[in-house]
Design a protein around this ligand. Structure first.
Ligand code: NOJ
Length: 738
């Protein structure tokens, strides 16, 4: 007779309960243990430790481990996790999309979903069922090495983007061959560590956690049913996330009803003892991690033996372990891993490098490009007599263009000639191809290097400049300057990049700057002196082609920044939704004109900013209702007119401000947006709904309430005051939400 847990007709709950009843303590603890498959000795432990999960292992290697797991006493399948965070990038043939920061400039919900769907298919085709994505950290301090992994600086937008990404990965049903588990990380406020230093402590109060950092995670759990959360490396207010029972159990599992499991980040458990020093022993670290509510421990090999002992000695209640095992097994059953899906391996050839996937990558790269300045030089007419000088360290550098998490887990070992080279199009390559098409001339001089501070080609550049009609300078940073534990105290252009730009400027040849970088850089000189400035951050395999299309007017840019650029690193953090206070905006009467005496209060480039070749005009902005009863959503309508002769896309943004409230609130807060395609010369009517609950603040009792009173609603093209039209509405009653 088939055991219930192997009976496909039984419910998942029945199968989990039956399997749990058959498992030994050792088998249970094994399910909670996740080891990196690429660290020597770890795969040898599969049978001995009853390992439940491996990370960083794909394709045939994963299949071989899965076959071994099938032969164990209970045959419990493994679940593999991987950092497929902007495509299944660790696989050379996979589709590499723009990074989260880059793609978020599209403000395109559907695109987020579609990219995740492609990644899910490709991940699944290599025998993996779980990606450690999306990143819900808030990118407010550009010094932080991992800003590229975020959707930018705004918590509300992060919630919107990540909800779509999760839907794309997970689909309707995990048993579908195209679905994988998503993992919302890093729970929580990991981007807020002091000074932008990766994994440092964060000083965030519970009120700030509830008002700013938890909402995107709540959306991922409640709205898109994310299957897993990953705890941050760091501590909040002195408490490591890994030991924070309130955060893991009370908030995520009990209040939000997380229907999934929580995995720690890399070696978080051992770090409680070795780094954060809150645990005098490894056993204590394991104890704390278990009782706080972590279900799976990543990369702490010591966990297995210590946890078995803790349970056998009666120090950890078996029910704590049962609960964690059940959460993991539930997902394994839902994924169909006990049935045919564990060995499901669709034809890789059909999925990888599929033209439709690459078309989507192209679309994503195009939508990610933000035009930050254009004095009229763009679009460039590709006439036959033109000589274009392409220059800069990132003009032909795949590693710099694709950015972090693109080259396997030993990322720094990637070489520019091998990985992803086939499908990648750099700016230089795109212009070389275009020169054949249009008949213009392209010259290339690298000019400077991001890392090698000695490298310069002053003479070669001078020679090329005498022939050039226009220069496209691709500057920024490269992989070695960002990512985990690669924070920067200085965000200026490194090496001789600045000198190179100044040489070009001095020559009088028009200068178009293409910023290929993992983050905002301090480039006021560029903003002032370049004729045009484009920024795609790490804009994916087709990033170079996308920039070329924008420059030559084959594509009308539509991207808008989701992160502000500081003038100077000392100005950080410089996000738009700072709290009411003694800012320039409302301090005229006191004479406090600027916060710093040597620096503007506003950023160099602001959240929501980005230009188009079209000109858009906003009119007829009105609210459906100006008196808002509790739990009634707000509707704002407007007309946007494309006053130009080319079709364009505008990203309409809606912000609000609560005039007077019991606690300080942001001067403005994004609460809605819409990407609108508007044909040349035409007008489009737009209606955007704002959820009543999004108007909430967290009061001093830590309750989420919408307080009665007057609010402003601001509608327009960016977060800058000059781009916004302001209306007012009244909320009639203070109302608790969530
Ligand atoms: C550490 C990183 O912080 C996390 O984002 C990643 O998912 C894990 N390592 C696994 O690679």
């Amino acid at each position: 007779m088939t055991e219930t847990y192997m009976n496909k007709n039984a419910t998942v709950a029945e199968r989990v309960s039956d399997l749990l009843s058959r498992m030994t303590i050792e088998e249970k603890i094994g399910q909670l243990t996740q080891l990196p498959a690429n660290v020597e000795g770890n795969t040898d432990k599969l049978e001995e430790w009853h390992i439940g999960s491996y990370l960083h292992c794909t394709g045939d290697a994963a299949m071989r481990l899965q076959e071994r797991a099938a032969k164990t006493r209970l045959g419990i399948p493994l679940i593999f996790g991987i950092d497929a965070i902007h495509g299944h990038c660790f696989d050379n043939d996979a589709t590499v999309f723009p990074t989260q920061l880059s793609a978020s400039s599209s403000w395109d919900r559907e695109l987020m979903r579609e990219m995740a769907k492609v990644a899910a298919k490709e991940v699944r085709a290599t025998g993996i069922h779980w990606t450690f994505s999306p990143v819900l950290c808030i990118g407010r301090d550009a010094r932080w090495g991992r800003v590229n992994e975020t959707y930018g600086e705004d918590a509300w937008l992060i919630g919107e983007m990540s909800a779509e990404t999760v839907k794309g990965y997970q689909g309707e049903n995990f048993a579908s061959p195209d679905s994988i588990l998503a993992c919302a990380k890093h729970y929580v406020a990991y981007g807020e560590t002091t000074g932008g230093r990766d994994s440092y402590e964060a000083d965030v109060s519970r009120r700030k956690l509830k008002s700013t950092f938890l909402p995107p995670f709540r959306k991922a759990v409640q709205k898109s049913k994310v299957a897993s959360l990953m705890t941050g490396y760091h501590s909040n207010d002195g408490l490591p996330c890994t030991t924070d029972k309130w955060l893991l159990t009370d908030v995520a599992k009990t209040d939000w009803g997380l229907d999934g499991f929580i995995v720690t980040d890399w070696d978080n458990v051992k770090s409680l003892h070795t780094k954060q020093k809150v645990s005098p022993t490894i056993e204590d670290a394991c104890y704390r991690a278990l009782v706080a509510g972590n279900d799976m421990m990543m990369s702490t090999a010591e966990f297995y033996e210590a946890a078995v002992k803790l349970v056998k000695d009666g120090q950890v209640d078996i029910e704590v372990v049962n609960n964690a095992v059940a959460r993991i097994l539930t997902k394994k059953f839902e994924l169909g891993l006990f049935d045919e899906m564990r060995f499901y391996s669709p034809d890789r050839q059909e999925i990888f490098g599929n033209p439709q996937n690459l078309e989507l990558a192209m679309e994503a790269s195009l939508k990610s490009i933000v035009m930050l300045k254009n004095d009229g030089i763009l679009p460039l007419k590709p006439t036959k007599d033109l000589t274009v000088l392409v220059t800069g360290p990132n003009a032909d550098d795949v590693i710099a263009q694709l950015g972090d998490w693109s080259f396997g887990s030993m990322q720094a070992g990637a070489t520019n000639d091998s990985f992803h080279r086939e499908q990648a199009v750099t700016t230089l390559q795109a212009f070389q191809a275009a020169s054949k098409q249009y008949g213009f001339k392209v010259e290339y001089v690298k000019g400077a290097d991001c890392i090698d501070s000695e490298f310069e080609q002053v003479e070669e550049l001078a020679r090329a400049l005498t022939q050039a009609d226009v220069v496209i300078a691709c500057v920024g940073d490269t992989l070695a300057q960002n990512g985990e534990f690669h924070d920067r105290a200085n965000l200026d252009l490194t090496g001789k990049q600045q000198a190179m730009l100044e040489q070009i400027k001095a020559s009088g040849v028009p200068l178009i700057v293409n910023l290929v970088a993992s983050k905002p850089m301090t480039i006021p000189w560029v903003a002032e002196n370049a004729n045009a400035l484009l920024c795609g951050f790490n804009s994916g395999t087709k990033g170079g082609e996308a920039v070329k299309r924008v420059i030559l007017g084959e594509h009308n840019p539509s991207g808008k920044l989701t992160i502000s650029f500081p003038y100077h690193v000392g100005q950080l953090p410089v996000f738009y939704n700072k709290y009411e206070g003694w800012h320039a905006q409302n301090s005229h009467t006191t004479g406090h004109k600027e916060r710093y005496i040597d620096m503007p209060e506003h950023p160099l480039f602001s959240f929501g900013e980005g230009k188009s070749y079209s000109q858009f005009e906003y009119s007829n902005v009105y609210l459906k209702q100006v008196v808002i009863e509790p739990n009634t959503d707000i509707e704002v309508s407007l007309t946007v007119t494309n006053k130009s002769v080319i079709d364009g896309t505008e990203i309409v943004q809606v912000y609000f401000n609560d005039h007077f409230s019991s606690v300080t609130t942001p001067i403005k807060q994004l609460c809605g947006f819409e990407r609108v395609d508007i044909p040349a010369g035409q007008s489009v009517d737009v209606t955007i709904k704002v959820n009543f609950s999004d108007l909430a603040l967290v009061n001093s009792e830590l309750e989420e309430v919408v307080e009665a009173g007057t609010f402003s609603l601001m509608v327009g093209a960016s977060s800058k005051d000059k781009d916004l039209i302001t209306l007012e509405f009244e909320v009639t009653q203070t109302t608790k939400v969530h």
